[in-house]
Ligand binder design. Structure first.
Ligand SMILES: NC(=O)c1ccc[n+]([C@@H]2O[C@H](COP(=O)([O-])OP(=O)(O)OC[C@H]3O[C@@H](n4cnc5c(N)ncnc54)[C@H](O)[C@@H]3O)[C@@H](O)[C@H]2O)c1
Ligand SMILES: [Zn+2]
Length: 367
């Protein structure tokens, strides 16, 4: 089992990564200072709960905890205020108090939703992240929690750090392939923004990673989390550096929204967004074209797309969606751009014309 520690000004918490470590939950709870048997409440979704909730519940009950559970329908559409209210009702009915702990068992949707329940219930109670998707190596770390509004994704939320993250890589064996691939986009992102040696390692190990070789996947998650931890611990509330985690997300978020949620997975959209961002970097920063070639090659090694299908979206709609994004001011766009592999920066004042050129380049052939 690998362990990483997130150290922030006001708190510190561990991330455990390994194969078959769900069984160790009582042990790590003890280590995290849970010396008495508080009430625990699992929040999961309709895909994950049938696979893993019994196991989690049993191991905790055997250790003497009283455990409740609520299950929401799987998918992004559960990340809303109605579910929040419903779940808070369930917490009240189960008698959770301020000493109780919520357990988020699932992917990023559950992490964000259950984390936000924990952030708001009785003005905030502790929670634990048990991520079950590859993408959630990103979302379970860093304390951003929240739900969507009809007019925007993740616009209702809070910063609420978990008390620990327990990542059992065995759960990835049941993850649909497309979701796995989506998660690799964020792994690749973490390498591209921070760590040239991680990029090399991903290039060399892509086949074993795609085949879910347990040790390799643990290593990839560990290294991805390491980047996230390094960034978040320098800028927890995104006043500066943390913005670099949005590499590929300006175009990516626009693509997700315009195509309609579900047409592209988050990772597919971010992969196309990174292909756009690296191409824009050659125009704005004069980045070497080899960086584009290498970036796209790495994304393709994980079967990720680097072009969007124009029958799903138009450039106009994409630009409009980008304008609604928090990162556009006075018609000037901000983009996280790359000067070289493993190094990015936030660049302001990018003009619409430059983005139009890039959109043409990453527009696929099918009309
Ligand atoms: N808080 C953050 O910092 C942050 C960062 C990135 C993304 N996010 C959020 O994360 C969400 C996306 O997360 P996601 O991609 O994990 O989506 P998800 O939670 O919807 O999971 C994807 C699908 O896989 C299923 N699933 C999950 N684990 C499984 C398993 N082990 N076996 C079988 N099926 C499984 C889920 O039920 C769902 O159908 C978005 O809402 C995004 O906004 C948050
Ligand atoms: Zn993302």
């Amino acid at each position: 089992m690998k362990k990483l520690t997130v150290s922030l000004d006001h708190c510190q918490y561990p991330i455990y990564i390994g194969k078959g470590i769900l069984a160790k939950l009582p042990e790590v709870l003890q280590e995290a200072g849970m010396t008495f048997r508080r009430k625990l409440f699992i929040i999961s979704d309709s895909h994950v709960a049938p696979l893993y909730s019994k196991q989690v519940q049993t191991v905790l009950e055997k250790a003497g905890y009283e455990v409740g559970m609520a299950i929401v329908p799987a998918g992004e559409s559960s990340k809303n205020l109605q579910q929040l209210e419903h779940l808070i009702g369930e917490c009240l009915r189960f008698g959770l108090d301020r000493q109780s702990v919520i357990i988020a068992l699932g992917g990023g949707v559950i992490g964000d939703l259950a984390g936000f329940v924990a952030a708001t219930y009785m003005r905030g109670i502790p929670f634990i992240q048990i991520p079950t998707t590859l993408l959630a190596h990103d979302s379970s770390v860093g304390g951003k929690v929240g739900v969507n509004h009809a007019l925007g994704k993740n616009v209702i939320g809070a910063f609420h750090q978990p008390m620990l993250v327990l990542y059992d890589v065995e759960t990835l064996n049941t993850l649909p392939k497309r979701e796995l691939i989506s998660g690799f986009a964020e792994v690749v992102k973490h390498a591209l923004i921070w760590d040239p040696s991680f990029i090399k390692w991903l290039e060399q190990n892509s086949e074993e990673l795609m085949a879910l070789h347990a040790e390799k996947i643990s290593e990839a998650i560990y290294r991805g989390c390491q980047v996230k931890v390094a960034v978040v611990s320098q800028d927890e509330k995104e006043v500066g550096l943390r913005a670099i985690l949005n590499y590929g997300h300006t175009i990516g978020h626009a693509l997700e929204a315009v195509a309609g949620y579900g047409v592209y997975t988050h990772g597919e959209a971010v992969a196309i967004g990174m292909a756009g961002a690296v191409r824009l970097s050659t125009k704005v920063l004069g980045t070497d074209k080899q960086v584009v070639v290498k970036t796209e090659k790495l994304l393709h090694a994980f079967e990720l797309p680097t072009q969007y299908n124009p029958s799903h979206v138009t450039d106009e709609l994409l630009l409009q969606a980008m304008k609604r994004d928090k990162k556009v001011r006075n018609d000037e766009y901000s983009f996280v751009l790359t000067s070289d592999l493993g190094s990015v920066e936030l660049v302001r004042g990018i003009h619409e014309e430059q983005i139009r050129t890039i959109l043409q380049e990453i527009r696929g052939g099918k009309a």
